[in-house]
Design a binder for this molecule. Structure first.
Ligand code: SF4
Ligand code: SF4
Length: 451
C-alpha cells in the first residue's frame, strides 16, 4: 500500500509534545505540507507547515545564498540553543528589534512579549544596543524596529527615535498597539517630524470588536480608528500589522487590505499568522503563510492573487511579499503574471525590497534588461516612476516610493509545532538583547526570553 504523502526532504525539528530535538520529514499531499515527527518518547505525529503545497514547492526557485554576518556565540548545545548569532546561522539581520520597555497599556491573551510592570531600558543602554547592531552588520544595518511592551510608553521615546535616525538606520519602525497614537495627538504631531525612513508598525486586527476581544482582551475598534485618523491627519507612513488566527480573524484578510488601501497614511499591510509560544497549544486549524495568501485571493475576489506574491529571497521559507503601484485608476500589482525567479540575484537580502531598492539595483545595468526576462517587470516599474527617478535625492526617492506604492507581506514565525531547522537558521528578524547578542525572533520567544 502506498503512503498518503510524498517525502520532500529531511529536517531537524522539535517534538511538539516533549520539546526534544528530533529528526523529521517534510512531506506533502493535496491537503498541505506537513512535518512528520517521530519522537522515540511521544510517537509519530504530523504538524502543518503550509496549507498550499504548490506555493511551498515553487518557493525554492527564489532561494539564494544568505549574507554572512559576525557571530557572538559558539556552537555548543546545538540549534536553537546557541543563539546567537552562532556560526550555524545562515542569514544576517534584515530587521533588528530592540525592546525598549516591558510595560504595556494592554494585556493581550496572545502576548508573547509577556508585558510586565518593569523598568524601561535606560537611554545609554538603548544607544549601546543600537551601536552593537550597527557594528554587527558592518555599519550597514538597515532596518531597526523599536518595540516593547508598548514602546510609546517609554519616557524618552522621542529621543530614542531621534537617536535611531541619527545613527543612520535606513528605516526606523515604531511597533505600537496604537493606544497612545489614538489618545495623544501632540505625540503624533511630534513623531510626524521623523517622516522619511520612519514608519509606524501598527497592530491592527480589523474592524470587529469580537476579534479584539479574543486577541487583545478588549474592544479596540474605536481606538484603532482614532489612531488611523490621527496618522492620516499628520500623514505618518504606517504599516498595518494583522495577526491572523484560524476561526478568529482569518476571514478578515481581504477586508483589512481594502481598508488599508483606502487610508492615505497606510503604505502596506503585514499579515502574521499566530505563533504558539509558552503553554499555548496550536489549534488543528492553524493558519500558515500560504493559507493567508489563499485567503487574500479569495476574500478580495482575485483583486490580489496568490501568484502576485514572491517568496522573499532572504527567507523564502517564511516571508512572502508583493507590491502594488498607485496610479489614477487604482492599484496595479507590479508582479502579476511574471516569474521573477531569475531576478532574485538582484534582490538584496533585506526585508524591505522596496521599489526604490529595485530601481537602484538595476540602475547600473541597462544590459540586464536585454538578457533577463524580468526586465519587463522593471520596465513596468520605470513606466510608473518619474523619468528622472534615479537622479532624485534619497529623500525625494523615499517620498515618491512612500506615497505611490503599497506593500503587502506575510511573515510566519517558527514555534515548536512548525519548527524546521532551515526556517530557523534562515530567520532574519533578530532581537538585539541587552547583553549584546542577536537572537532570531522565533528562538527568542520559544526558549530564550526570560520570564
Ligand atoms: S537559531 Fe541561529 S543563532 Fe540560534 S542556535 Fe540556531 S543557528 Fe545559532
Ligand atoms: S500590545 Fe503587544 S506588548 Fe502589549 S500586551 Fe498586546 S501583544 Fe503584548
Amino acid at each position: 500500500m502506498n503512503r498518503d504523502y510524498i517525502y520532500q526532504t529531511f529536517t531537524r525539528t522539535i517534538c511538539s509534545k516533549c520539546g526534544g530535538l528530533i529528526d523529521g520529514k517534510i512531506v506533502y499531499n493535496e491537503k498541505g505540507v506537513f512535518i512528520l515527527k517521530n519522537c522515540r518518547t511521544c510517537g509519530e505525529h504530523f504538524e502543518i507547515l503550509e496549507e498550499d503545497f504548490q506555493y511551498h514547492l515553487q518557493k525554492y526557485k527564489y532561494d539564494k545564498q544568505g549574507t554572512k554576518s559576525g557571530t557572538q556565540t559558539i556552537i555548543s548545545r546545538g540549534c536553537p540553543y546557541d543563539c546567537g548569532l552562532c556560526e550555524n546561522h545562515d542569514q544576517h539581520t534584515c530587521i533588528g528589534l530592540i525592546e525598549i520597555t516591558r510595560r504595556c497599556n494592554l494585556s493581550c491573551p496572545i502576548c508573547y512579549a509577556r508585558a510586565v510592570d518593569d523598568a524601561d531600558l535606560p537611554l545609554h543602554l538603548v544607544e549601546k544596543m543600537m551601536d552593537f547592531y550597527m557594528s554587527a552588520e558592518n555599519n550597514r544595518a538597515e532596518i531597526l524596529q523599536i518595540s516593547g511592551g508598548e514602546p510609546t510608553l517609554h519616557e524618552y521615546i522621542i529621543d530614542i527615535i531621534g537617536m535611531a535616525k541619527h545613527k543612520g538606520f535606513k528605516y526606523v519602525m515604531l511597533n505600537t498597539n496604537g493606544v497612545r497614537i489614538a489618545e495623544d495627538e501632540n505625540f503624533v504631531r511630534e513623531i510626524a517630524k521623523f517622516r522619511g525612513g520612519f514608519e509606524i508598525y501598527l497592530q491592527f486586527d480589523g474592524l470587529e470588536n469580537k476579534v479584539y476581544s479574543r486577541l487583545r482582551g478588549k474592544n479596540l475598534v474605536s481606538i484603532k480608528k482614532k489612531a488611523i485618523k490621527n496618522l492620516n491627519k499628520y500623514n505618518v507612513p504606517t504599516t498595518l500589522v494583522a495577526t491572523i488566527e484560524g476561526g478568529v480573524s482569518d476571514h478578515l484578510c481581504g477586508e483589512i487590505l481594502v481598508y488599508g488601501m483606502n487610508q492615505p497614511c497606510v503604505r502596506g499591510v503585514n499579515y502574521q499568522p499566530v505563533s504558539y509560544y509558552g503553554n499555548i497549544d496550536a489549534p488543528p486549524d492553524r493558519v500558515t503563510l500560504s493559507g493567508v495568501l489563499n485567503r487574500i485571493e479569495k476574500q478580495t475576489n482575485k483583486m490580489i492573487k496568490t501568484s502576485d506574491f514572491i517568496p522573499l529571497p532572504c527567507n523564502v521559507e517564511r516571508v512572502a511579499i508583493t507590491y502594488l503601484f498607485k496610479d489614477k485608476d487604482g492599484f496595479i500589482p507590479v508582479i502579476r503574471d511574471r516569474d521573477l525567479s531569475e531576478f532574485k540575484r538582484f534582490i538584496g537580502n533585506t526585508f524591505m525590497f522596496t521599489l526604490e531598492d529595485a530601481l537602484e539595483n538595476f540602475n547600473d545595468g541597462s544590459k540586464i534588461f536585454n538578457v533577463c526576462a524580468c526586465c519587463d517587470f522593471i520596465n513596468d516599474i520605470k513606466k510608473y516612476s518619474p523619468g528622472n527617478f534615479i537622479l532624485k535625492s534619497k529623500e525625494e526617492k523615499m517620498k515618491f516610493v512612500d506615497e505611490n506604492t503599497f506593500r503587502i507581506s506575510v511573515s510566519s514565525f517558527v514555534d515548536k509545532y512548525n519548527f524546521d531547522m532551515k526556517s530557523m537558521q534562515k530567520e532574519c528578524v533578530h532581537i538585539i538583547t541587552t547583553d549584546l547578542r542577536r537572537i532570531p525572533f522565533s528562538a527568542y520567544n520559544m526558549i530564550h526570553r526570560s520570564a
